[in-house]
Write a protein that binds this ligand. Sequence first.
Ligand code: ZN
Length: 249
Amino acid sequence: MKTYRRTATNWLEIQGETGVPLDRAPWLGGAAAGPAVALGAARFVAPVWPSKILCVGKNYRAHAKEMGGEVPSEPLLFMKPHSSLLDPGGTVRLPRESERVEYEAELAVVIGRRGRRIPAEQALGHVFGYAVACDVTARDLQRKDGQWTRAKGFDTFCPVGAEIATGIDPSALALRLSVNGELRQDGTTSDMVFDVATLVAYASNVMTLLPGDLILTGTPEGVGLLRAGDRVSVQIERVGSLEFDVASE
Ligand code: ZN
């Protein structure tokens, strides 16, 4: 298992309290490009620069139920724009168009190898690693619009944790989200309706997956309202953590 982070200038391979700068993204074969630097002094940015951010709706049974629906018979894909990415420790801005912005804690898959029509049994071989993400959603606009581009697509609506963790099994990871220190979501990835391999294979039947692409795999039950002044913390076992603040636009 290796862990990577990214600063404004380099990807870093994490070794204890230090990071070794890499000459390119780790999924492109990044090699050491200088002496290790202390992590304490570094400011981290989102560890991916994806060509696309794919997401999966209603991929946990209990969440589909709390949304008032059944689980889909096939993975329900939608996208968030690149401009929705928020660096770790950043601030989600509540847009004036919405009166109900909600959090959704999610395991994010980072694609490492290009592929189209990837068989499910080969799909995990196209995954580089995993990150913590939050699929921030303007719930009122999601219901009003029918399709979700606006509700999911505002700037800052895709906070991503600093770490990418590699070499882990994604099938049974505890996933928790707290708002102001109060636990709101407490799930496990073993409750996913469609597992990571199925999602990667399914998405690749539609579009070529490129190294660095991100797939948010859905949220467990317990979604709820974000208010200006909130501090949100998301943890996924063995992957890492994510914190962000919430403020009005
Ligand atoms: Zn979601």
